[in-house]
Design a binder for this molecule. Structure first.
Ligand code: GLC
Ligand code: MG
Length: 672
């Protein structure tokens, strides 16, 4: 063969030195690389194998040399050991990762992490000087949410509306009211909020439209498609109404329409006719509207007045609370048991349909769409809890918890515990609580309970488990304005312009001198600007607690355990299994100073140091657990370090949404 002949010829001239002078070696030495002809390289290999056994492998050796040595046991065995070692390490790593993922508890979602801040757009910030707040105004104040460490913002309605119920009477669900701005302003606001890590929750009002809505006009003129879009029944202008049903705002919930010569139902104002959800077209319209806003990218909906969505089609009289009351005196909500106008069969199917639609738009990571429902069910808390859905079919993420709105009725620690417990005791297992102390429909808490309790209430909200809600201005202790004219039942007092600064119009609007409602006279001292400069202010404390709450596992997702309640003080623990750091909260809602003896709580250390007092006087103070002193309206947040857990010994006093544990050695959370 050609190669073999060649080899023989060359072998005599070959010197050992040639072997070491391989191209790679020379290269790495900085020498000049000379490409060897292929035949010569091969000849080298053969000779190596047969004759130059003394030659050691060298750096940059050609493949042929490498192959020669690599099969020898001293190279092969370590290589195989290394190979299998690497493979098993990789497999072990995959297994550990899979286990960690499988054992990891779910991360909290955005609507669980931050409080929900309610903006009433008319009153938040007026950018154009017409006296009415607007979307651009909200955009200007985005930094305020960031300052507070708030990530979820619910904006009350800004749809096109005749404003009989300030936006809760919608004329066009796909348009922005010019008083609030344009669709472009909305798109910009949403984009700006998203780019700043904020979520936007819209109000959604399915129960009714404005009487100026196109559908209502088509319905009263009996357009065949729209004829049954609302709830109509026979009646005439002079006779009795079709039944005794009353509106939430008082008087009959039926109004005679001269065009159609029938009565229509309205559970709120007569300018807010109720939609007929027994009509499939109506259902479809409402879903289409949801989809319209979902596609725009809104992050969630606050579903308005849900319990009123369906009514019994038999239209029978509702039973009177006082059966002896003359029927003509049955004019307000409290006079009747609302057996036929609220919480009707089929209601939850509608909510499930909406939830399902929202789920379609929740699939992308980080794009979960949140739903909260509004339903005042008073002593029928079980009805409210239904809005959580069931373990298999979800509805809202939480229904608003309105029970703390009763705080002003009594001032004691036991009362507060009682109100908190209404929720905790009735909430289905594994669900997430929430807390409301004010909104655009209720008197401001700073007025009804008094300025002296604003701080302790904020401390309660921000240390309880679950999502707190904050109605604009609660973070600075804003109060109701006095409205002396005839609108006694009006909800205007709690809707006054936000107090941004001590400037003209409290900084709500600095272009003209108009504001749609008067600014509260206390705005010179109670405003954001002044409170930002004061590290002892209501605002500073709100911000501190909200930031702490999000940073501390025990506060954001730990156990919540009742430990004490009396005529003054309500006290509870927040602890997280495996984590040393725990918190004791002592809140004085009473009318006097109190000394609380917690010596029977053996899980607490003897000495307790105050991390934060709402009155500052006790900041850093160390109490013996048998004598924790609080002033009237004072809240104490005490941080302590322990390995002794309260929750295992007192299961009946403790609650957790989803249990998780902390493993200190590797600094991870796991399901336990
Ligand atoms: C809700 C709103 C309230 C409104 C009513 C009718 O209860 O919070 O402001 O008047 O629904 O839409
Ligand atoms: Mg304006």
């Amino acid at each position: 063969m050609f190669f073999e002949d060649d080899l023989k010829e060359d072998s005599e001239n070959m010197e050992l030195a040639e072997c070491t002078k391989n191209p790679g070696f020379q290269d790495s030495d900085g020498g000049v690389s000379v490409e060897q002809p292929a035949e010569q390289r091969l000849s080298t290999v053969v000779r190596l194998d047969s004759e130059y056994k003394q030659l050691e492998p060298f750096a940059g050796m050609p493949k042929e040399v490498l192959l020669l040595y690599s099969s020898q046991a001293r190279y092969r065995i370590p290589r195989e050991v290394l190979f299998w070692l690497t493979l098993s390490c990789a497999l072990a790593l995959v297994a550990v990762t899979a286990t960690v993922i499988a054992l990891s508890p779910r991360c909290l979602q955005w609507w669980q992490v931050s409080p929900v801040y309610q903006v009433y757009p008319r009153s938040f910030k007026d950018s154009d000087g017409d006296g009415v707040g607007d979307l651009k105004g909200i955009q200007e104040q985005i930094h305020h949410f960031q300052y507070l460490n708030i990530k979820s913002v619910w904006i009350s309605p800004f749809y096109r509306s005749p404003m009989k119920d300030f936006g809760y009477d919608v004329e066009d669900f796909r348009d922005i009211d010019p008083r609030f701005g344009t669709m472009k302003d909305f798109d910009e606001l949403l984009a700006k909020m998203h780019s700043n890590g904020l979520k936007l929750i819209m109000d959604f009002i399915p129960n009714h439209t404005s009487d100026r809505h196109r559908w209502f006009n088509l319905s009263r003129t009996r357009d065949p498609h729209y004829e049954d879009y609302y709830v109509w029944t026979d009646c005439n202008a002079t006779s009795q109404r079709p039944n005794n049903w009353v509106s939430v705002f008082g008087n009959s919930s039926w109004t005679y329409d001269e065009v159609r010569e029938q009565c229509y139902l309205h559970q709120f104002l007569k300018e807010q006719p109720d939609l007929n959800f027994r009509n499939l077209h109506v259902r479809k319209e409402i879903i289409d509207i949801l989809v319209f806003w979902l596609k725009k990218g809104v992050d969630g909906f606050r579903m308005d007045a849900v319990k009123h969505i369906l009514e019994a089609s038999h239209l029978r009289d509702e039973p009177q609370v006082d059966p002896d009351k003359p029927p003509e005196l049955i004019i307000n909500e409290w006079d009747l048991h609302h057996d036929y106008t609220t919480t009707q069969l089929g209601l939850h199917d509608l909510l499930r349909e909406w939830r399902a639609e929202m789920n379609v738009y929740s699939r992308e990571p980080g794009r979960y769409r949140f739903m909260v429902t509004e339903s005042y069910d008073y002593n029928e808390v079980g009805k409210t809890m239904m809005y959580y859905g069931t373990p298999l079919v979800k509805e809202s993420d939480f229904p608003f918890n309105f029970y703390l709105l009763d705080l002003p009725q009594n001032s004691s620690g036991s009362w507060v515990q009682h109100l908190v417990n209404i929720w905790m005791n009735n909430m289905p297992q594994g669900q997430w609580p929430n807390w409301v102390v004010g909104n655009h429909d209720k008197p401001r808490i700073a007025t009804s309970v008094g300025q002296g309790y604003v701080r302790v209430i904020n401390m309660l909200l921000l240390t309880l488990p679950g999502t707190p809600t904050t109605y604009y201005g609660e973070e600075i202790g804003m109060e109701n304005i006095n409205i002396t004219d005839s609108q006694s039942a009006s909800r205007d007092p709690q809707r006054a312009p936000m107090q941004w600064s001590g400037d003209v119009n409290a900084g709500f609007n600095n272009k003209t001198n108009i504001t749609w409602l008067p600014v509260h006279p206390d705005y010179k001292s109670i405003n954001v600007e002044v409170q930002k400069r004061d590290e002892r202010s209501v605002l500073a404390q709100y911000r501190f607690l909200n930031t702490l709450r999000q940073a501390e596992l025990a506060l954001s997702r730990g156990w919540f355990c009742y430990i004490h309640a009396d005529e003054n003080v309500f006290s509870f623990l927040r602890e997280f299994d495996g984590l040393r750091k725990a918190f004791l909260v002592v809140l004085n809602f009473g009318k006097e100073a109190a000394i609380t003896d917690l010596s029977s709580v053996s899980e607490l250390p003897e000495k307790l140091e105050v991390l934060m007092s709402t009155m500052q006087a006790s900041d850093g103070r160390v109490f013996h657990k048998s004598g924790i002193v609080t002033e009237e309206g004072e809240g104490l947040l005490i941080q302590y370090s322990t390995h002794t857990r309260f929750n295992p010994s007192h299961p009946g006093a403790c609650y957790i949404s989803e249990k998780a544990c902390y493993l200190e050695v590797v600094d991870i959370l796991y399901t336990c």
